[in-house]
Design a protein around this ligand. Sequence first.
Ligand code: SAM
Length: 720
Amino acid sequence: MVIAGAAAAPCRPRSARYAEKGYPSYKELDGRRAPRWRNDGGGRAKNLESWRGRKRGRGVSAEAAAAAAVKVEPAILQVEEAVAQEHGRKRRMTGAAPSVTAVGKAFPLIEDAEEEVASTDGGSDKRGGVGKCWRLRVKETLRAFSRNYLHFVQEEQRRAESVRQNLKAFKLLKRQIPGEYGRTMTLAMQHVNRGPNGSNRGHKPKGCNSQANGNYQEAKRASKRPDLKALKKAWIEVGDQFYSRAEMVALGIHSHWLKGIDYMGTEYQDEKGCEDFTFPLATCIVLSGVYEDDLDNANEIIYTGQGGNNLLGNRQQITAQKLLCGNLALKLPFHPDPVDLTARIMVNPVRVIRGHVEKSSYSGKVYTYDGLYKVVGYWPQKGVQGHLVFKYRLKRLEGQPPLTTSQVLFTRGNVPMPIPELPGLVCADISNGQENFPIPATNLVDNPPVPPSGFVYSKSLQIPEHIKIPIDKIGCNCSGDCSTSEHCLCAKRNGSDLPYVSTQRKDANRTGSKHNSVGRLVEPKAVIYECGTKTSQQGLKYRLEVFKTEAKGWGVRTWDTILPGALICEYTGVLRRTTEVEGFLENNYIFDIDCLQTIKGLDGREQRAGSELHIASLNSEHDLEASQAPEYCIDAGSVGNIARFINHSCQPNLFIQCVLSSHSDVKLAKIMLFAADTIPPFQELSYDYGYHLDSVTGADGQIVKLACHCGTPDCRKRLY
Ligand SMILES: C[S@@+](CC[C@H](N)C(=O)[O-])C[C@H]1O[C@@H](n2cnc3c(N)ncnc32)[C@H](O)[C@@H]1O
């Protein structure tokens, strides 16, 4: 389709693009020629190394970050201690207590929050050399969690499927061979369905119950892992969302799987920095509408203590609550120590998390952090069911950002809006019916609003006649879902990982409700093998919108919650030899296919996770020495799909993956975009373009610079 106002010819001259309102004007910055998107844009990259460096993964892997965090933790604490002393006030418990558990449990008071945020601005190195703000580390912890979580889901699905197959075979046999032999077979099948230690794995697939269990076990294990422990000092902001209790456990925001009140036990009493507090000390509560006695008036809450509730059944109160553990912890802050009335008791606020039903979340719920509340009253009373319950009145502390829970509901409740009613609609479907969903374009920035133009939408890669794609079918021969096959060739070649196999899951609590497909690839690999034509060619799985941003031109946002590991789309355009595009000075949409460099870890890039798995096999299959520089690129300047509109971010939520499908030539691999995180509705999609700073030179040989407007706390301030 040719977008209204678009020419089928190559894209508009850069000067015209930059004349658009709000577009970053390179000329305004330093008057030099604008660079091309590719590193040799607007001229050549300064050296071969940087020329190769387009779109390389620059982020540090979760493991590396975790390892770094473990190493520097004492330094982090020392720095925080010093800062606090400098400010002439008591250090908050979190940093002062050297215990990692304390780090995870406690949280900063509001005034500390400002200090923390200020110290993390721009990725400064005030964290003992980590060089990352806490929020980025929280993100990385969640990625590590997702990776493990999805492994469990996948394993459980395989196990459940094999039980299903066994049962099917057994039923068939039983029908064919009744009597004594059938009974023997029954016993044999029971054996098959038992776990290795004889535990009864059940005759019916456990489905999500087991997933939930796997999730919990993993979270429990994860929170005990030293690397995650160090990251447990999560920094959260009002409005942050989590997609399961397990995510909050992994981050140390709330360390209970089911209970509402998280608290620090009496073992913390003697820890440094804890002297002014009374233990047990409540740190966080979750409100998820489970207790019929709860009353939630946003800024004021009447919270019911924990215990005595039939949480897994009808959710009614069935016995009296006891003033122990969390209930005691929540009561203590406003009661002076009865033994030593002179003791100073610091009143500690608690974090409040509200849970809401959310179909698109893998747990069926989304949890929103609503800020700090203080317990202002406590009393025991008879609950709705006539049993003793403890009541707590909590008031939201002033001076915090406004509550977002209602906005969250609003956002989710209003997606999708009928496309014709979208504010600023300039095109109802830029794909002109090629994609599974229409992709509307909206423009609330320009006056008059203009649609994206200068390109023809193409869902698939265009291959010119002079480029021959080898056809040596390498995919698997699995019939049906590869995730259930033990012999999937693609999985074997991917180091037991299945590339973005889609599977439907059922939520145990909402019988029969189908959830979004679960992607499998949660971190980039050097290259992955696609399972036949079953995956990438299925088209878009999420509703996306192209929208005009204030400072980055067009961008892409999602209307649906996207789960980590989900395939977003392929980067399409016209396949070209890199030598062909040397003269294209006004093209921001050229993507080098640089898997070889990725595999070999050149340019000082991190070697992508899993690379070592492939190098051996790829060395034998491909002549890695044959080419150092990318030989081919994808030019989406005049022809392309939704991927051409996805902007760069220094803290992206997508990653790039080279994929081999119908052949094994890595120089001609497909370029796919996958979700790195859970991406909530209306969040902009982004990936790291991976430019090296000062790597782009203009035609005059001068270094050209482009300001980055991604707006993330760790922004490098320049794209290149
Ligand atoms: C592949 S295009 C992305 C889509 C583009 N925004 C558009 O309007 O079509 C790449 C160009 O978008 C702009 N861009 C992408 N990310 C940016 C960022 N973080 N800051 C500033 N400009 C950005 C730059 O001009 C870059 O050369």
